[in-house]
Design a protein around this ligand. Structure first.
Ligand code: ADP
Length: 242
């Protein structure tokens, strides 16, 4: 579903992503981990076609993001780091706008898509409210709703539970897990508990390179009882680290 091969991104003299390769298949929830500035968001933006790679390839459902950008983009749902939404629009107005930009034309189609995501993301009680009046938790759910509106086979979620309270985190994780059966999902997170709760595989990147590709249990067993940052330190200080 997602194939990333030798992906590189330079910002001027800085190589933010340095030869990253991995694949994600249907049913996978890949936890994309790493310290701040590791290159996670930049990699995700290249998969979604938001940023163009300096070299290397990324493809979505067989479509190269550079050669077939429209086909690739139509198969991805993307929740950026700080979920952007037009603050003055109501939830329904914003999601209708997203539906139109995603190519849904008939009123019935738009209505059906909106009803589906409003229920899935538990937005019924705030659907007529303007986005600027929503709590962070609800705003994040609007972000998830816009990402899944066209029912894409691939979801790229940049810190989907960031800033949410424990209940909201639980709800969003439940939603992600429920959707994973027929999708390939990549999510970045700083939360070890989240990795354990929903990911079936993890990749750690640091300084733009993949350092670890393993199961969550193996990752946790590297330093039992430690925080995610302590495990990163353990990995980066090991001899195998080049
Ligand atoms: P992460 O998501 O893992 O925190 P990022 O992908 O955001 O990391 O950033 C990787 C590196 O690229 C960092 O050193 C960051 O400062 C740099 N970077 C990110 N975006 C830009 C940009 N638009 N211009 C220049 N440097 C950037």
């Amino acid at each position: 579903m997602v194939a990333v091969e030798n992906l590189v991104k330079d910002y001027g003299d800085l190589r933010a992503v340095d030869g990253v390769s991995f694949q994600v298949k249907k049913g996978d929830i890949l936890g994309f981990l790493g310290p701040n500035g590791a290159g996670k968001s930049t990699t995700m933006k290249m998969i979604t076609g938001f940023l163009s790679p300096t070299s290397g390839t990324a493809s979505v459902d067989g479509f190269d993001v550079r050669k077939n950008p429209l086909e690739a983009k139509s198969r991805v749902g993307y929740l950026p780091e700080s979920s952007p939404a037009y603050p003055e629009m109501t939830v329904v107005e914003f999601l209708s706008y997203v539906a139109e930009t995603r190519g849904f034309r008939s009123k019935d189609e738009v209505h059906n898509r909106l009803s589906d995501v409003i229920v899935k993301c538990h937005l019924q009680s705030v659907q007529s409210q303007s986005i600027e009046t929503l709590s962070k938790g609800y705003r994040q759910r609007v972000g998830v709703a816009q990402a899944i509106l066209h029912d894409p086979p691939v979801l790229i979620l940049d810190e989907p539970t960031d800033g949410l309270d424990p209940n909201q985190k639980h709800e969003v994780r439940k939603l992600i897990k429920a959707m994973s059966e027929d999708k390939a999902i990549v999510l970045s997170t700083h939360i070890l508990e989240e990795v354990e709760a929903i990911c079936n595989r993890i990749i750690v990147i640091d300084q733009g390179k993949v350092r670890v590709d393993e199961m969550p249990e193996e990752f946790k067993a590297r330093k039992p009882g430690s925080s995610i940052d302590e495990i990163f330190r353990e990995i980066t200080s090991s001899k195998a680290y080049a």
